[in-house]
Design a protein around this ligand. Structure first.
Ligand code: 5GP
Ligand code: ZN
Length: 112
């Protein structure tokens, strides 16, 4: 399968990693939209949030259980924003489930 984030997860394409374990990888976004902009992905290919199921939701829970550690390791102390874009209408450009962890500036709400 031709998937950019699968290629990053298996090391075929380099990335600046900030956290990795057997299930997930966190790396710096190539086009950061905030002073800290990290992408957190499951290593297994899940296309988008529509494909989260009771069977694979454990890896999503693991991502969220790891976000506080990633934030603290990066020295993020004043809050952050987590974003998931699901589908073209929401701006999902890479069809491998990922969560944006963004910090270091104020964020407006509602998000555009
Ligand atoms: P989406 O738009 O799908 O929610 O988020 C995809 C993100 O992946 C974008 O923020 C984009 O900058 C980032 N991105 C695209 N290609 C690469 C790449 O090759 N390396 C890294 N580190 N990030 C990428
Ligand atoms: Zn993939």
């Amino acid at each position: 399968m031709d998937c950019l984030f699968c290629a990053i997860a298996n090391g075929e394409i380099p990335s600046t990693k900030v956290y990795e374990d057997d299930q997930i990888l966190a790396f710096r976004d190539i086009d950061p939209q905030a002073p800290e902009h990290i992408l957190i992905i499951p290593k297994q290919h899940i296309k988008w949030a529509y494909d989260i199921t009771p069977e694979n939701a454990g890896v999503v829970a693991h991502i969220f259980a790891t976000i506080p550690r990633i934030a603290k390791d990066l020295g993020i102390e004043d809050g952050f924003r987590i974003v998931n874009n699901c589908g073209d209408i929401a701006g999902q450009s890479v069809k491998h489930l990922h969560f944006h962890l963004m910090a270091g500036r104020p964020f407006g709400w509602p998000a555009g």
